[in-house]
Write a protein that binds this ligand. Structure first.
Ligand SMILES: [Zn+2]
Length: 75
């Protein structure tokens, strides 16, 4: 895989995206059995130009994904 922006193949894969404990949860949301969750996201970063070439998750994708906007934890 090469960077779509600069063509470099110097890409760091599977870098985890930070999740802070309070507030700023970043990631696709899904509806869980007892509570809603946020999937841990990872990205690939081009080490040449800094472009993030890909976002992905490693966990099971068979979830009830939430598409409605809104504050985390608020139904
Ligand atoms: Zn690049």
């Amino acid at each position: 895989m090469s960077c779509p922006s600069c063509g470099s193949t110097n890409i760091e894969e599977g870098v985890s995206i930070g999740k802070s404990a309070e507030g700023g949860c970043i990631g696709p949301r899904f509806s869980g059995f007892l509570f809603d969750g946020v999937a841990q996201m990872y990205c690939d970063i081009c080490l040449n130009c800094g472009e993030i070439t890909r976002f992905f998750i490693k966990e099971d994708t068979d979830k009830k994904w939430i598409k409605k906007p809104g504050a985390f934890g608020v139904k």
